[in-house]
Design a protein around this ligand. Sequence first.
Ligand code: SF4
Length: 382
Amino acid sequence: MPSTPRSAYLHVPFCRHRCGYCNFSVVADRDDLIDRFLNAIEIEITQVLAQTPCQQLDTLFIGGGTPTHLNPDQLERLLKTLRQHLPLAENAEWSVEANPEDITSDKLHQLRDAGINRISLGVQSFDDQKLAVLQRSHSGPLAQQVIEATANVIPNVSIDLIFAAPNEDLQRWQSDLQTAVRLPIKHLSTYALTFEKGTQFWNQRQRGTLLPVDESAEIEMYDQSRQMLGEAGFDHYEISNFAQPDHQCRHNMAYWLGNPWYAFGPGAAAFIDHHRNVNHRSTFTYLKRIEQGRSPIDESESITAQQAAREAAAFGARLLQGIDLADIERATGWPIIQELQPTLDQLLEQALIQISNTSICLTERGIHFADTVASELLGETH
Ligand code: SF4
């Protein structure tokens, strides 16, 4: 594992409104804070790089929130700041998250001309009723048009889709998948809707006014994704991610393989020099701290070789290709194979993993219990 980060994440916390299921670090309808944020980001990047200079990045990911919620001038300033401070390798992957309702031809060209070569669209569904339940601002037809238009300018298009939304049945989910595979996308991430504490959906579920779909239906939908996307030529390479050949998300691969990364912005979590530093998740506190010349870091944890090895095993096991524990041992210096032996024996007995020499990978059954396998490898259950 390289010690100098070759990846960077930037969190842009602004959104038009807060969707009922969203638990990200987001501020809705506070565009008056954007200029202060742009000042703060430049200060934060400068300070972090003064401590850990950036050689060259292989991946840069602008996420949120909704980065494309910024107006053209604000977006230009942000992109300029990043280009100025974060040098990219020649074939680097530079991604941005975007919502369909923000995409215009001008914005697409602005992103492409700045060097962005991958776009991740928060589509979530093509079904207007489901989109209304999820409180999304776009319609299904608009999402389809935007995907077509985006692919003409930035061909490397990824989309996110949510399944197991309230009232969703298998047929509705199949229809979303059928639409997706007809469109010019290279990558698809799909997640079952979760009800996170603190969200509006969580409260509604507690009151009984919003009902989750039952677990067996959720599993059926997940299996349907695997089957239909596989038939359409997408490789299921990580529990929640599918890609056309050579279009895996390189940025996320860096996380899953345990490589270090910079992270900037409210709530962003960096992994640099054996430390995990998490910025304050409130945008207001983040801005105030930077404006007062203080650090935005809210939590800092030193990651031991043992933790690094266990985390690399747990995240790596979510990759369908599996992970070689000998590589982790070499990278961290921790005897993870010996330490995990009893756990591996148990997972093998439960038919959740396969082992070949020093490599482990999930079985068909294990794919459905990936979170359990990860917890066991992390040692959380002991
Ligand atoms: S658009 Fe995305 S980040 Fe913004 S509130 Fe909705 S789910 Fe959260």
